[in-house]
Design a protein around this ligand. Structure first.
Ligand code: FE2
Ligand code: FE2
Length: 264
């Protein structure tokens, strides 16, 4: 690979999760150690390649998850693994899709490290599935995350608002209560993995807020007003509280931005 956007396209074009993970590790090391130095301008595919399994369903057609017992745990972990696999692709996609913005190198570096985190998350969840006698691909999964990516492919501010600042921030809100619930049900293995994910996701939200602010200011916009405008367009019904104010504060997400979007 000669440029980072070409590397991104190679990950996005790899169908098998193990290959996405392997390539992400190689390209992240190439970037860190200076074997890849240019971002380039190779455009990513509209949709990343995906394995034959899991079957992808529209969110509304997803079977209801049963909670409790090994079946419930497998369902939860499988759904999270699917999110993490999408997140690997989203990390690479944002690097290659918006090169025309000519952002500082730190922008690319931030999302390379995000993609690498997502690889760790995916593999951790795969190991948990294996310990339960299951594997990624065993259950259907929904395509909502990539639909969000497609809807925000034409504007980096929309992408940042929807992916890190809403979807990943929602993960920061919901992960601690999920960990509590699992621990109360006697699950000793899943909560520690979710704790690692939780702390990493705070950094991903922080990167989203930081780059959103950077790009908005560069366009001469007031970042808070711009955030509220994009949110009104993409989430007309608002956000569902409760929020994890502590986690969001660690990500430097201003409370007077997202609280304004709370559903009343
Ligand atoms: Fe993640
Ligand atoms: Fe993430």
């Amino acid at each position: 690979m000669t440029t980072l956007s070409q590397a991104a396209c190679a990950v996005l074009s790899a169908a098998e999760p193990a290959e996405k993970c392997r390539l992400t590790r190689i390209f992240a090391a190439d970037w860190r150690e200076g074997r890849i130095t240019e971002v380039g301008d190779t455009l990513p595919p509209a949709r990343p390649a995906r394995p034959l399994r899991p079957q992808l369903l529209p969110p509304k057609e997803m079977p209801r998850r049963s909670y409790g017992g090994d079946r419930g745990r497998i369902g939860l972990i499988h759904a999270l693994a699917h999110i993490e696999l999408n997140a690997i692709d989203l990390g690479w996609d944002i690097i290659a899709r918006f090169t025309h913005e000519s952002l500082p190198r730190d922008f690319a570096s931030d999302w390379v490290w995000v993609a690498l985190d997502e690889v760790e998350h995916f593999e951790m969840l795969e190991r948990l599935l294996a310990s339960l006698g299951a594997a990624y691909g065993d259950l259907p999964a929904h395509d909502g995350l990539w639909q969000a990516a497609e809807k925000t492919a034409d504007d980096i501010l929309a992408r940042l608002v929807v992916v890190p600042m809403t979807l990943e921030a929602r993960g920061v809100d919901t992960t601690p209560p999920t960990m509590d619930k699992l621990a109360k049900n006697g699950d000793a293995l899943t909560p520690p993995a979710l704790d690692v994910i939780y702390h990493d996701e705070i950094r991903h939200v922080a990167a989203g807020v930081r780059w959103f602010t950077f790009v908005a200011e560069r366009r001469g916009l007031d970042p808070r007003a711009a955030y509220l405008q994009y949110m009104a367009r993409h989430y007309p019904a608002g956000l569902k509280p409760p929020f994890n104010h502590e986690g969001r504060a660690q990500a430097a997400f201003p409370r007077d931005w997202y609280e304004e979007m709370a559903r009343r």
